[in-house]
Design a protein around this ligand. Structure first.
Ligand code: MTE
Ligand code: MO
Length: 383
């Protein structure tokens, strides 16, 4: 099969689908460090992992609505200033399994760990696009280009054997502050095959689906990418829409991620001894909106106390401190006395005041994306 040359993976990963390979770490492994180790970083694929064995021949072509198309080799990309950005990547399908318990949804099931926080290094897309004559902070090219499409070298059945693709607006791609990277390193090491070797896009602050791995070409286009994963997937529908009445064209492709948090130190259901327990987890929001606070309830949401949160406690891999944390998660921690069996709940608030919704029912959607409802775990006292 096409899956004969998959890379080896950490045995502790929870495999949600084998071919294509989709896996996430256990809850407790996810929050054991601020920067997620590469081997514990979730892997979300739509086809076999491609092999690029001659790195000197590997190039990215840039074409479309621009004056002078160009092929860029790795050495051209490495010549550009190298930027390092700490960014959390989250699959829009994170926490899908819990959503499907309300009503069935379509898609790979995920617990709460289809998310990870990594240190990405590479060239800024804004600098790359300048090499083909597109100015910084452009909204449109002279020939009418308004979107930047990323095309991969992998093959997906949803694209009838064609490559995975996605696009972002030109204004975001050419804005140096948006920190969109063509990354060749993850956590200070050469990107590995699972995560996009030799080169992937990292678009901070938006759903992982737009961060195209194994980049093959970039196309400057007038309308957003018409590929499957932009137009027939990763769109948020209201709870009334089902597979009989769905009209994909009525919704825009999901980009920003809403505010999210989850408790990772406890399974659902967790047996605990009476007394103090530690409640640890992650919180993150999209669009560079930081986390204002994380509220914890130990009585199912009746009363709340604020958790303490940490960010960037001395990131390795980065020599200078010029990196910002606006695209990265916070880890939170709280301690509570648990005298009896109860439901523990986490909800985060971002700096814009956005709060996670209380129930999954109100945000249920047929593709099972963006489950950002209050995260609940049940603890039972083991006497
Ligand atoms: N890029 C390609 N070429 N093929 C893919 O299947 N999956 C996307 C995105 N980029 C995908 C891709 C999705 S849905 C997500 S969530 C992220 O990659 C996952 O990145 P990771 O596997 O490095 O965690
Ligand atoms: Mo995803």
């Amino acid at each position: 099969s096409d899956y004969k040359q998959e890379p080896s993976r950490h045995p502790a990963l929870v495999i949600n689908a084998k071919e294509p390979f989709n896996a996430e770490p256990h809850r407790s492994d996810l929050v054991s460090s601020y920067v997620t180790p590469v081997e514990f970083f979730y892997k979300r694929n739509h086809g076999p992992i491609p092999i690029v064995d001659d790195i000197d021949k590997y190039s990215v072509s840039i074409a479309g609505l621009i004056g002078h198309p160009k092929d860029l080799y790795m050495k051209d990309i490495r010549k550009l200033p190298k930027y390092t950005v700490t960014a959390t990547l989250q699959c829009a399908g994170n926490r899908r399994t819990a959503m499907s318990k309300t009503r069935t949804v379509k898609g790979v099931g995920w617990d709460i760990a289809a998310i990870g926080n990594a240190v990405w290094s590479g060239a800024k897309l804004a600098d790359v696009l300048e090499l083909v004559g597109i100015h910084k902070c452009s909204h449109v090219t002279p020939s009418g280009g308004k979107h930047v499409e990323f095309v991969s070298i992998d093959k997906c059945k949803e694209e009838n054997g064609g490559p995975y693709k996605a696009s972002i607006p030109l204004s975001q791609a050419t804005n140096p502050e948006a920190d969109v990277l063509l990354a060749y390193e993850m956590n200070g090491e050469t990107l590995n095959r699972d995560h996009g070797y030799p080169l992937r896009v990292i678009v901070p602050g938006i759903i992982g689906a737009r961060s195209v791995k194994w980049l093959d070409s970039i196309s400057i286009i007038a309308e957003e990418c018409q590929g499957f994963f932009m137009q027939k997937d990763y769109k948020m529908f209201p709870p009334s829409v089902n597979w009989d009445n769905i009209n994909w064209s009525t919704r825009r492709p999901q980009m920003d991620f809403p505010v999210q948090s989850a408790i990772c130190s406890l399974e659902d259901v967790n047996m605990v001894k009476p007394g103090k327990i530690k409640i640890k987890g992650y919180a993150v929001s999209g669009g560079g909106r930081g986390i204002e606070r994380v509220d914890i309830s130990i009585d199912g949401g009746k009363t709340w106390a604020e958790a303490s949160k940490t960010q960037n406690p001395g990131i390795p891999y980065i020599s200078d401190a010029e990196t910002s944390d606006k695209w990265a998660w916070v880890l939170f921690e709280a301690e509570a006395d648990i005298p009896q069996s109860t439901e523990i709940v986490a909800k985060a608030v971002d700096i814009a005041g956005n709060v996670q919704p209380e129930n999954v029912e109100v945000i249920w959607n047929l593709r099972g994306i963006l489950n950002t409802s209050w995260h609940r775990v049940h603890v039972r006292i083991a006497h």
